[in-house]
Design a protein around this ligand. Structure first.
Ligand SMILES: Cc1cc2nc3c(=O)[nH]c(=O)nc-3n(C[C@H](O)[C@H](O)[C@H](O)COP(=O)(O)OP(=O)(O)OC[C@H]3O[C@@H](n4cnc5c(N)ncnc54)[C@H](O)[C@@H]3O)c2cc1C
Length: 375
């Protein structure tokens, strides 16, 4: 088979990239070793935040203020673009725009939170810093300081991914699964992919959007595999706090909480560096108890009883930034490694950047996420 671009991986990254490339008029083939929506994406709690897991003040200390501010601002643009594009394409994915509250914890205490609020204001973000009395009055949470943020997004990740894939397929993209890419021959004239099922795909460019399962020959950039556990309650719309703000903590391990449009409460966290799926799943019962207990303690007005519990894996990067761009020593091949708890925000960033890199308009922020960066 022949195409302009072959995208390997049909999760949210592959879907957003394929949609964007087909809009640019390119002929795209998508290959997935399992099928669409069978990687990390369906496990995602899908809090689509511009606010990154690594606080801006900590990121600035690691990579410099200028680069940290640029990454944070670019994340904001990615979330805004995802919201605007999803609405324009009329993709129905139980989406919602929500504020957020970021609670003090063992990563940032009350003073640290104040510094973080200052760093974000300096970078141009609208934030509000509130003390325990206001946190309790507004959200029913006791004894915590918080940064209030605005304009984050949430979605059903399966419907979001399916929606973007369907738009791309309607424009002529072709999706093949199972198609397990095992061989890559990359040269200046293009790339040949071989699948274990015996398919050969010749493409001008290839994008690897394989989640945490990176092929041999692609540098890891210090990334590791994390496991995360989640619970969802039964619908309880009358008990939801005002504005249904997303809640997360400046803690390690942290807790993250959002609601669905039906009033279910989704709560995740307790992340651990476990790569083995069987080991991860064996912990579901234990992690479910911990998450329900922490959820009930933090939000006494809701019923924290889990109606559903699950676990998933994702990649984690040393500074909490993604790796997006040309793969060294593999001409015409690109990676979209949208790692970390902000994975889907980074998937959108990858869709924007790779479109620019492949169509030749380039991207002014690609140095921040390239394989050649020094962090
Ligand atoms: C429990 C949990 C909660 C999360 N919460 C959030 C959150 O709140 N907000 C957020 O932004 N992110 C969150 N994330 C992270 C986010 O979900 C992931 O970053 C994102 O889903 C990754 O999407 P992807 O398309 O890059 O990878 P995946 O969804 O894993 O898709 C990769 C695809 O590539 C295919 N593939 C792999 N290798 C090959 C090969 N050799 N040949 C062919 N196909 C191949 C796989 O079969 C798979 O379908 C969470 C993740 C988990 C697990």
């Amino acid at each position: 088979m022949r195409c302009d671009v072959a995208v390997v991986g049909a999760g949210i990254s592959g879907a957003l990239i394929t949609e964007s490339l087909t809009e640019a008029g390119l002929d795209v083939i998508v290959l997935d070793r399992r099928g669409p929506l069978l990687g990390s994406t369906p496990a995602s709690t899908a809090m689509l935040q511009y606010e990154l897991d690594t606080p801006l003040c900590h990121m600035a200390a690691r990579i410099g203020q200028d680069r940290a501010e640029r990454i944070w601002r670019r994340s904001r643009l990615a979330v805004d673009a995802l919201r605007e594009r999803t609405e324009r394409l009329a993709i129905r994915a139980a989406t919602a725009t929500r504020g957020s509250i970021y609670l003090d914890g063992n990563v940032l205490d009350a003073d640290g939170l104040a510094q973080e609020a200052e760093a974000r204001r300096r970078a141009g973000f609208e934030v509000e810093l509130i003390g325990p009395a206001a946190v309790r009055e507004r959200y029913g949470i006791r004894g915590r300081h918080a940064i209030v943020g605005f304009g984050n997004y949430s979605a059903d990740p399966r419907r979001l991914t399916a929606g973007y894939l369907n738009v791309a397929i309607a424009r002529g993209a072709r999706l093949y699964a199972p198609a397990d890419v095992a061989g890559i021959e990359a040269g200046a004239d293009g790339v040949v992919l071989e699948t274990t099922e015996g398919r050969t795909v010749r493409a001008d460019h290839v994008v690897f959007a394989t989640g945490y399962e990176m092929l041999k020959g692609i540098p890891r950039k210090g990334n590791t595999i994390m496991s995360s556990w989640s619970i969802a309650t039964a619908p309880q719309p009358r008990r939801i706090w005002p504005g249904a703000a997303m809640i997360w903590e400046a803690s390690d391990p942290y807790l993250y909480i959002r609601t669905t449009p039906h009033g279910e409460v989704i709560c995740g966290g307790e992340n651990e560096e476990i790569a083995d799926a069987a080991q991860r799943d064996a912990l579901i019962a234990e992690k479910t108890r911990v998450l329900a207990r922490k959820l009930g303690r933090l939000l006494p007005m809701i019923d924290p009883t889990p109606a559903f519990a699950w676990a998933g894996s994702f990649g984690n990067s040393p500074v909490g930034t993604p790796t997006i761009g040309p793969i060294p020593a593999l001409p015409n091949c690109y990676a979209a490694m949208g790692y970390g708890g902000n994975g889907i925000t980074f998937s959108m960033m990858a869709a924007q950047m790779l479109r620019g890199l492949i169509t030749g308009t380039n991207d002014p922020d690609s140095d921040l996420v390239s394989f050649h960066r020094d962090f």
